[in-house]
Unconditional design. Sequence first.
Length: 634
Amino acid sequence: MIADNRGSAEERSSGVIGMAAEAHDPGGDFSVPPVISAASPFSQSSRAQNPGRTWGPDAAESWLASIASISETQRELTAVLEHAGDGEQLWNDVARLVAVRTQAAWLALQRAEDQRIAGRPILQHLAGTENPDPALLAVCHRAAREAAHAGRSVTAFSEGPPPAGVVATPVPGRTADCLVAVFAPALEIPATALTILLLAAANVARWDAEARSRQSFAESRRMAALTELVSRVESGTDPDQACRILVEQLQQHFECDRVIAGLCRSNGPTCQVTAVSGVVAVDNRSESVRRAQAVLQESIARGEVSTWPALQSDDRHGLCAHRQYAESVNAQAVVSVVLREETGEVRGAWLMAGNTQTLQDIAALAFAAAASRPLASAVGLLMRAQQNRLQRFFSGCRQVMRRRSGATLLSAGGVIGGLLLIPLPWRVTCDCELQPVTRRYLAAPFAGRLDKSFVKPGDIVSLNDVLARLDDRELQWELAAAEADMHRVSRERAGYMATHESGKAQIAELEMQRLNLQIELLRHRMANLQIVSPVDGIVVTGDLQRSEGMPLEVGQPLFEVAPLNQMVVELAIPEEEIRLMYPGIPVRIWLDAFPGQSRDAVVERIHPRAELKNHSNVFIGEVSLANDDAGLRP
């Protein structure tokens, strides 16, 4: 039978806990435990209920000890709440403390809607078994269900064997949670046990309320930050400026190392890097920007907030670009977010690189996910406002057609007919290749070994920059030998002069001249061990980093350096179109390295002889392009 702790009004006012009656459940599972009283022995209600009992010094001392124990328990519970990191740690710490204070044999957390104990025993189990007896578990479950339903503590008794008392205390604010304690083998539950259980439940409820309050405060701050971020992005005059504002604001908000944003223009799937935090002009040719663009493309393909290191092991194989970018910039974590509007249209994406503790925080990821759609709408509005004249014309035509269908179709037919009468120029389309105007080749000045190579193809070099260095060890050996021979021959010549052997002295003089010339040659070579660039330009060929230590022959080609100030575009004109081409004809050039950008120039020269390229006969035409900003590469 299950008994509650309500009692009469007088019992409740005096603090009596439990019931002072004996009963038996018809089913034989429960019986009411003896009275559990934590009331003061000096209260009037206690004296009235126990007229024949004398409260002496021992009872008063016991009562004061109980009060001290409860006060000490409250202080310890307060300390546990202050150091609790999460709900699971809180329950574990509280359960250990309550088990020690109440001397409970078994303690657990039970949810009223479950058919099993959700917690695990903290202290010694009943009868030393791994799990309590099934009959005792049934008693615990029924007591917890009744306590959760009634909203107050409930005590129960299990006949065993061995007999045990059960106390179920609901947790305020948690309608389904009950703290269940089992006391065995004694039939009498300690007087302070229920009070301590109530204190534990109340303190957990207080911790829950404070946690919800902190969560609500953090959510309000997050919404305020999101509103301010969207308003700042909307203040941009164009999408590019909006992206620059976005990366700077995100870097300040998340305190990360780098933020990069990209846009998908013309409703295409390609996301091009538009803004980098702390960088005024973005170089789309740099390796770092290309890796970042691959991360943005990967994020758009995934369609969700992506993080590296992966939060789930199944996502590791789908985050290769994230991993490569994190390794290239030495970042602990990389987070990417897609800019997707409510309609599902993708406007771009952004990525953040920094430390794991900041970027992979649950609140940070939630903020990033929540900011995706509002920011996408703000950027999309600016992109729609930046339409060119032709796009605005067709947009206006669509609006007019919706209002006036018949007249619009007739007018459209007349406009199309007039457009067909306008003559259009014939355009010749051909492939082109960018080449430098001049090339400078660097070769080995003398035989020797390559000591070190400092450049590789694609590097920009200036005049007199060191490209490579030859090994001087063999030259030092040869110079030392030549100087030793010089010293020996000079001594021999001095001896011949002393003995008046003029012929041998003359031969020694000639040998000294030869050795002197050899020493000068070796010293000249040692002074010119470095291979330097003759011009400002770019290294076209010459990847010698894997050839360090290899012997070189005299005149062996090492590097090819081309100036970048002037470039030549070689046009592969098809032979069937050559009759339409002539020097001076204007051309418009599109390069793969600059998508969406064109350059206007004129054909300067056409080779008179056809060449075979890609199994087709073509005539080569040359077009000069200025390259003052060194943006063009051969």
